[in-house]
Write a protein that binds this ligand. Structure first.
Ligand SMILES: C[S@@+](CC[C@H](N)C(=O)[O-])C[C@H]1O[C@@H](n2cnc3c(N)ncnc32)[C@H](O)[C@@H]1O
Length: 420
């Protein structure tokens, strides 16, 4: 039997082949080729955007043949509707204003005496980094200084193959306004004095405004953890579309704020036509707060406790009396709304993690039947699969590819729908 490749692998293989033909450009970073952080640095930015446009078309072809081969009458109809919808729009390409230095966050792993990123093609190995043009100089300097201090204090990295050692990750987050947060993620609680001394030293030097110690005792390779202690400010702040957003050490926050801001503004404009907005999978409340700036009331639904706490704080600091926060599983919430019945005016906005909204959630959205639906996705496979489920009830109005991740194969897609 032929082996079925996972979606990620199919797209990776397709793009590898397509990239060979794409316009070359000199790579900017000395680690390009070995480091797994960037794949397309040796291609011009225009060529990278074209690769992503083709990636979306490749995903569409893959999903269409997957749905058709599922066989039944409903699947065939879904596939036809999806093909028609995709043929009816020309995806808009939204480039990143900066193809380098755009990242809000980098997670540098520390293992086998090396600190940096996983190697390309050899994900179990680490490339020790001396530069990283994705993050920007001030953030990278924090990582280098923290590594040097950890070395002086003889805190070992964490060998994730043998599960031995201590310091797993240096996570650097920065806001465009200049605040930098460093989180040190450790396996145990044994090195309290050393961890806090490193964070305090960087705070005293003025290199960071916020330093967190996070505890991740499990076997999983994770760059987040339980908050143990912090020095300086508990949060850093990003301003997007006149909304002030606090970011914590475990918060979800879009990797490229300059591009995210454009996607948020587009959704806010879309939701402006009336009724309330439901911001599903709301993180720290970024979309609900942007929407509310236009006088639209919003419900923000999220299930991760730290995101919820910070979303509450973000609502408060923005004096957004028209945003209500709900701690719930997004699909459960949608199902409960669908049960209640009655078509509501307004907009549903979904921005789910990689597995998408799922069949159950999309069915609930169909049943709720709000006038508009905006779906922002980091995974075009699940976006198109989910989309195919509702095209009998909604028409696709536009599709835009937001390049939040230059130099890599990743991108975000925003699909806007209106009820038929
Ligand atoms: C892709 S992020 C989007 C966050 C936000 N819209 C933004 O732009 O920053 C997905 C969010 O969904 C949350 N999440 C994941 N599964 C969820 C679920 N079942 N119910 C509610 N929220 C969920 C995650 O904690 C995360 O904050």
């Amino acid at each position: 039997m032929a082996r079925v490749l996972p979606d990620k692998k199919k797209l990776q293989n397709y793009l590898r082949g397509a990239a060979e033909e794409a316009e070359p450009a000199p790579p900017r970073c000395r680690h390009f080729g070995e480091c797994g952080g960037c794949e397309f640095q040796d291609r011009s930015y225009a060529a990278q955007l074209d690769l992503k446009r083709r990636a979306l078309a490749f995903v569409a072809e893959t999903i269409l043949s997957e749905i058709e081969s599922a066989g039944g009458g409903t699947e065939r109809q879904n596939a036809e509707r999806l093909a028609d919808a995709l043929a009816s729009v020309d995806p808009e390409m939204i480039p990143s204003p900066s193809p380098f230095g755009y990242r809000q966050r980098m997670d540098y792993v520390y293992a086998f005496g090396k600190a940096g990123l996983r190697r390309a093609q050899r994900r179990w190995q680490v490339t020790a980094l001396r530069e990283c043009p994705l993050l920007g100089d001030a953030g990278f300097a924090v990582f280098q200084a923290a590594l040097e201090l950890a070395g002086r204090r003889r805190i070992p990295g964490y060998d994730y193959m043998r599960h031995e050692g201590e310091l797993r990750y240096f996570v650097v987050r920065r806001s465009r306004a200049g605040g930098i947060m460093l989180s040190l993620v450790t396996k145990t609680l044994d090195r309290r004095g050393d961890v806090l001394a490193i964070l305090s030293e960087l705070l005293d030097r003025g290199m960071i405004v916020s330093g967190h110690w996070l505890h991740a005792p499990g076997l999983g390779d994770v760059s987040f953890g339980a908050r143990v202690e912090h020095v300086g400010e508990p949060l850093i702040y990003e301003n997007m579309n006149d909304v002030r957003l606090g970011i914590g050490p475990n918060s979800f926050f879009q990797a490229n704020p300059a591009v995210a801001e454009m996607a948020y503004a587009k959704m806010a404009e879309f939701a402006r036509s009336g009724g309330e907005a439901l911001d599903m999978y709301s993180g720290v409340g970024s979309i609900a707060l942007t929407v509310s700036r236009n006088g639209v009331s919003a419900l923000a639904v999220e299930n991760q406790p730290e995101n919820l706490a910070i979303a509450g704080e973000n609502i408060r600091i923005n004096s957004a009396a028209n945003v209500e926060l709900i701690a719930a599983d997004a699909v459960e919430f949608l199902l409960e709304r669908a049960e209640r019945g009655g078509k509501a005016p307004g907009t549903i906005i979904v921005n789910p993690p990689r597995p998408g909204v799922t069949e159950k959630g999309m069915e609930a959205i169909r049943r709720i039947g709000q006038e508009r639906l905006a779906y922002l996705s980091c995974n075009p496979f699940t976006l198109l699969r989910d989309m195919a489920k509702i095209l009998d009830a909604y028409s696709l109005r536009s599709l835009a590819l937001y390049d939040m991740f230059p130099q890599t194969r990743h991108f975000e897609t925003l699909a806007l729908f209106s009820r038929r």
